[in-house]
Design a protein around this ligand. Structure first.
Ligand SMILES: *Cc1c(COP(=O)(O)O)cnc(C)c1O
Length: 716
């Protein structure tokens, strides 16, 4: 009774017989369950689309007539009850964790991340770091790992990207109303909203928390947008990664210190803190101060205890990408921790410096995280090695190979990225229970049994879906920019579902070199416009709002895409996010990745197409040296580090053209009498058989579990 009252308060106009839809919508489990998504699609197809796949918002706008139709629709009502039942069984099922550990272990893992990419309806992420965090929570849920996520509710998210008629990126921000989301305000023991006080330098903020259920995992999103706070403090949780240094340090204090205090106020028994990147490293200072205050420990004892239960994952192989703060700014906002940790100011600042006592060095979040976490890792084998050499000075007495930074290679959450039609094909040919055993290489070998014609037919179908999706997006883009009828009519001729299709989508950070394929534009145009062997490429990606170089890259690629010689073969989709990513990775033939080595710590986007037989064509950076076996895609270049020169870019571009012209294109167009590209399909199967087996987030989370979480829990 109490429960249904809550539902009617949230959705006062909803027919009570449709309340099961609210249960299903309120747990993000639907975001990785095709049956649930199909259910929401039938509720109101246009609204599902219009709300960017936000079930709560859709249900709020559902008219009386449509509700009555649904209630009278026996098939719909049965499907709805099936979904609710599926959610309940999922939440009750015995998990991997319960089978292995039962109730023997106590305490939870708190996972801190500035951003989470869980679904397109909650745009509180900027790119790969967020999507990785989202996939981590989903796998932790599937496996039953006792983890709780901590982040920030970014009311305006990152940026919505529009492209104007000249291909310029225009940044738009939309405000997300928590009542239009599955977020629930966290309450305290009295049943009233839980609020904590957070001192931030001279100020004291009031913080509230929203809970999002991600399957079995609670994600706590902090928020300062409360009337009791000053305007500037209310605004600090508005936009992700924007604003000045002053805002940035306050945001990081909120995540680290505020996150820890909120967990405490909720009474959660936290045994391990996992810092996804250095943004949350202030949590260590708060925990040290807490131990000193409550247990009378010395600084050295408290630091040792905290470090023993802290795990730190670094993601940034570029020195400039590692966050630092000027000492004065740190002093202004965190100076009180010298007193709280009972150390002097020098010792405090040295926690964030590579070289103790170097007055010119600012306070770095990565050194701080390294010094306060006994377990540290990079996100691919290569990045682990890069991180060891980048941070070796933190351990001056150690040899390079003994620098204590390991690696756990990233993976993707398969159900999130797998097209339902491909899932059905895998169900048919992989052994039963393949999903639970997705990290066993043996299981995937069965992909080789899929008949060529069947795999190819499905691939072509997914590619045709992609082409339709892209054309519709381009039409929307053109209409908004008041394009002519001629331009709109031309959309039907862009992209050919039978042509070799390349995808390139990721943040437009300059090191990723989105424009590398245009290095020799004439040569690339010849390749694309070949009459018998056409090639096409789809781009998507946002530049950071303050990144002029990245924005120039967006404009360069968007303008080339609109130019007469590339118009039919090159498309730039605006506002890259998870829905666009899902379509791209399901339908492309080739996924292109051209970072300056070794600046891509791991990269995960290239793992996604391999589920559908898409082949990687990539610089040997990030995860690719581990994934590439000579037959499941292609490597660009010899694997040398980029030397920063223009000549090196040119060399990489030339090598890229050579592989496309001599290997990729001929192989794709080599056909049997029946029209099948046999040798290409063999590569597709080999890619399916070898890559998802390793680069999935179940394997990733289990690796964090056995290497870092479990030994730490045992100690606690
Ligand atoms: C997977 C994904 C990324 C990560 O892309 P990389 O190429 O690994 O940087 C970024 N954004 C979205 C929307 C994604 O789905």
């Amino acid at each position: 009774m109490a429960k249904s009252k809550k539902k009617s308060a949230l959705l006062p106009d909803l027919h009570p017989d449709l309340f099961p839809l609210v249960d299903v919508a309120r747990n993000l489990y639907w975001a990785w369950n095709a049956e649930f998504q199909a259910l929401f699609t039938t509720v109101a197809p246009p609204a599902w689309k219009r709300t960017a796949h936000n079930p709560i918002k859709m249900l709020k706008g559902l008219g009386r007539r449509r509700q009555a139709q649904l209630v009278a629709d026996v098939k719909f009502m049965a499907a709805m009850r099936r979904c609710r039942h599926a959610l309940r069984s999922y939440l009750r099922a015995k998990t991997w964790y319960q089978e292995k550990y039962g109730r023997r272990l106590k305490g939870k893992i708190a996972y801190f991340s500035m951003e989470y990419g869980l679904c397109e309806a909650l745009p509180i992420y900027a790119g790969g770091l967020g999507v990785l965090a989202g996939d981590h929570l989903k796998s932790a849920s599937d496996l039953g790992i006792p983890l709780v996520g901590v982040g920030i509710f970014w009311k305006q998210g990152y940026t919505r990207q529009l492209l104007d008629a000249n291909g310029r990126q225009v940044d738009r921000f939309q405000t997300l109303n928590p009542e239009d989301t599955p977020l629930r305000e966290i309450t305290g023991p009295s049943g009233r909203p839980l609020r904590i006080k957070l001192p931030v330098g001279p100020d004291a903020l009031t913080v509230r928390g929203w809970q999002l259920d991600v399957g079995r995992i609670p994600l706590i999103l902090l928020d300062t947008d409360l009337a009791v706070n000053r305007p500037r403090d209310r605004q600090m949780t508005r936009r992700l990664y924007s604003g000045d240094r002053d805002t940035r340090i306050r945001q990081e204090i909120l995540l680290g210190v505020g996150g820890w205090r909120f967990l405490r106020a909720m009474g959660l028994p936290i045994a391990v803190c996992h810092l996804n990147e250095g943004h949350a490293a202030f949590v260590a200072l708060e925990r040290i101060a807490e131990r000193i205050r409550t247990e009378g420990a010395s600084f050295a004892q408290a630091r040792r205890c905290v470090a023993a239960t802290n795990v730190f994952t670094t993601h940034t192989p570029v020195p400039a990408g590692n966050e630092t703060f000027e000492v004065d700014l740190l002093d202004k906002y965190m100076g009180r921790y010298t007193r709280l940790m009972k150390i002097d100011k020098r010792a405090f600042i040295n926690l964030g410096r590579v070289q103790a006592g170097n007055e010119r060095e600012p306070f770095g979040m990565t050194p701080l995280a390294c010094r306060t976490s006994d377990r540290r890792n990079g996100v691919s084998a290569l990045h682990g090695a890069v991180a060891r050499s980048m941070w070796k000075e933190l351990w001056p007495k150690r040899k390079l190979e003994n620098v204590p930074i390991g690696s756990v290679t990233n993976g993707i959450h398969l159900r999130t990225w797998l097209h339902p039609k491909m899932a059905a094909l895998l169900d048919e040919y992989l052994p039963k229970g393949w999903e639970e055993r997705q990290d066993q290489p043996r299981v995937w070998q069965a992909a080789k049994r899929i008949p060529d014609a069947e795999l190819w037919a499905l691939h072509q179908e997914l590619k045709a879906e992609l082409v339709e999706f892209v054309r519709e997006k381009v039409r929307q883009q053109l209409r908004r920019n008041r394009a002519s009828v001629v331009q709109l009519n031309r959309v039907d001729s862009i992209l050919d579902p039978d042509a070799l299709t390349i995808g390139f989508a990721r943040r437009f950070a300059p090191y990723k070199r989105a424009a590398l394929v245009f290095d020799n534009a004439a040569r690339f145009a010849r390749l694309l416009n070949h009459t018998r062997r056409p090639v096409q490429i789809i781009f998507a990606g946002k530049a950071h709002p303050a990144d002029a170089e990245g924005k120039a890259l967006v404009q360069k690629v968007a303008r080339l895409a609109a130019s007469p010689r590339f118009r039919e073969r090159v498309v730039f989709l605006e506002d890259y996010e998870m829905e666009i990513a899902r379509h791209l990775v399901a339908g492309v033939d080739v996924w292109l990745n051209t970072p300056r080595k070794p600046q891509e710590a791991s990269g995960t986007s290239g793992m996604k197409p391999t589920l559908h037989g898409g082949l990687n064509l990539s610089i040997l950076d990030g995860w690719w040296p581990e994934g590439f076996d000579g037959k499941n895609g292609w490597a660009i270049g010899t694997g040398q580090d980029h030397n920063g020169s223009r000549a090196h870019d040119k060399r990489d571009a030339t090598e890229l053209y050579r592989i496309l012209e001599r290997q990729v294109v001929p192989l794709y167009y080599e056909r049997t009498a029946a029209g099948l590209p046999r040798r290409w399909i063999a590569r597709m199967k080999h890619s399916i058989a070898t890559i998802p087996a390793v680069f999935n987030s179940h394997r990733q989370v289990k690796e964090y579990w056995s290497k870092y979480y479990l030994p730490t829990l045992r100690k606690a």
